[in-house]
Design a protein around this ligand. Structure first.
Ligand SMILES: NC(=O)C1=CN([C@@H]2O[C@H](COP(=O)(O)OP(=O)(O)OC[C@H]3O[C@@H](n4cnc5c(N)ncnc54)[C@H](OP(=O)(O)O)[C@@H]3O)[C@@H](O)[C@H]2O)C=CC1
Ligand SMILES: CCCCCCCCCCCCCCCC(=O)[C@@H](N)CO
Length: 397
């Protein structure tokens, strides 16, 4: 039986797309496109005897090789994996073969989450799960987490680091306690920057021994928000931290080319960001207790989604290889209108297409923004300057 350098039977290759891709991208051996095409019959249905466990979601995992290939689980580190969106991401990836490591501060919650994640595992006898207790606003804790994962994984670094940890304090700028500006940057921006840096440093430090089962790429995934692109009244402590994440993703995605050039035999490093509008989590309920009524009024344009739906859509976008993934129509709209220098990241033609759509979206936003500013001005006229409804008990003016 002929086996190629990736350990896949040559006959299993989808001749159409694989060789076309090889033809156009010969210099990029670790491109995620290299795996195969979506419909490839050979890879979509691996031979049962080569499988070590039932392989659910085989077709989609082949596309990006993010979470596993037949017989090999990838290790996915998920920060904030004990609750909300992070927990859903962990559960869904457990259902796609991955080994999961979750990180959060509350130890009891982490243990409960592990049980909940294991329920979704497809290969229960083979898949491994681990929880690490850490406050990721501390850079030393982020380094410790990475060391612990490497040790737990037999000296190998994780393949994917998905930063979901974060929190929201949506209040009007004038009414925000000064310490919240710092706390929000720490909770959302620094908690992701520190662990992403620790992951990158680990990948650069530990060489990947040649093996057919090696990942073709490693991934840093950040979790942004609609307000990373387009903020509304009442999000000033939070939206800069999410905009900073977008900028961080852009910056790192430029630097990884240096490592791809210098270490062509190592898996490429890819940086992705998923952007979501309101997610129906407990934290969302809690943030609504402090959120100004005028902000809630502006948010009416957004149909909130469950964490399950946001995680699912994020994973689909990532498996398609997108670097920026919007999980709903509204976010897609404001994202496309604000791509700027980020456009080129999906390749030239996709970038050009996005630019054309973005021009139209920017025009639409001109109208939307005018309308929203009028809503806020009118709110002030009717209810005063507190942002809350008259007679709501929160209205100081
Ligand atoms: N909910 C929403 O409407 C939206 C949320 N997002 C973003 O999605 C992500 C998840 O949101 P959501 O699921 O609602 O949040 P949750 O509050 O439900 O979950 C947050 C998770 O992060 C952990 N976490 C928070 N701070 C730290 C820290 N300093 N160190 C380690 N772990 C931490 C929490 O555990 P513990 O507290 O035990 O540490 C928990 O596991 C966040 O980044 C959020 O900003 C984006 C768009 C909308
Ligand atoms: C026709 C086009 C209309 C476009 C209007 C745009 C309206 C913007 C709605 C903003 C929604 C904000 C979601 C933020 C969620 C978030 O990150 C927090 N909940 C964090 O927990």
């Amino acid at each position: 039986m002929e086996v190629d350098e990736e350990g896949v039977k040559t006959g299993d290759r989808c001749s159409r797309l694989y060789y076309l891709v090889k033809l156009f991208r010969p210099s990029n051996p670790y491109s995620s496109l290299r795996t195969c095409c979506f419909r490839c019959p050979g890879l979509a249905k691996p031979k049962p005897k080569r499988q070590r466990f039932e392989y659910a979601g085989a077709q989609s995992t082949q596309v990006g090789d993010h979470w596993g290939i037949p017989g090999v689980c990838r290790v996915v580190l998920i920060t904030g994996g004990s609750r909300g969106m992070g927990l859903e991401v962990a559960r869904q990836l457990a259902g796609r073969n991955a080994y999961i490591v979750i990180v959060a501060r509350d130890a009891k919650r982490l243990e409960e989450a592990l049980v909940c994640i294991k329920e979704k595992a497809v290969g229960r006898r083979f898949q491994r799960f681990h929880a690490i207790n850490a406050d990721l606003t501390d850079p030393n804790a982020a380094q410790r987490v990475m060391r612990e994962v490497v040790e737990w994984n037999g000296g190998k670094p994780p393949d994917v680091v998905w930063c979901c940890a974060g929190s929201a304090h949506p209040t009007l700028f004038a009414d925000t306690p000064a310490e919240e500006f710092k706390a929000q940057m720490e909770s959302n921006y620094l908690s992701a920057a520190y662990i992403a840096q620790a992951a990158l440093q680990t990948w650069l430090r530990i060489p990947t021994p040649p093996s057919p089962s090696n990942p073709k790429a490693r991934h840093i995934i950040l979790t942004g928000s609609t307000v990373s692109f387009y903020s509304i009244a009442g999000y000033s402590p939070y939206s800069p931290s999410k905009a900073a994440l977008r900028s961080l993703a852009d910056s790192i995605s430029r630097e990884v080319h240096l490592y791809a050039g210098a270490n062509p035999k190592e898996p490429e490093i890819k940086v992705h960001t998923v952007f979501a509008a309101s997610i129906l989590t407990d934290s969302y309920e809690r943030e609504n207790l402090i959120k100004a009524d005028v902000t809630k009024k502006l948010e009416e344009a957004d149909k909130s989604q469950t964490a399950e739906a946001v995680a699912r859509k994020s994973i689909v976008g990532l498996e398609r290889g997108y670097e920026f993934v919007a999980t709903d129509f509204l976010t897609k709209l404001v994202m496309t209108a604000n791509m700027g220098g980020s456009s080129g990241r999906g390749g030239f033609w996709r970038g050009l297409g996005l630019w054309v759509v973005g021009c139209v979206m920017s025009l639409l936003l001109l109208v939307v923004r005018g309308g929203q500013d009028r809503v806020v001005r009118n709110w002030g006229r009717v209810h005063g300057a507190s942002g809350f409804k008259k007679g709501s008990g929160r209205n100081a003016g």
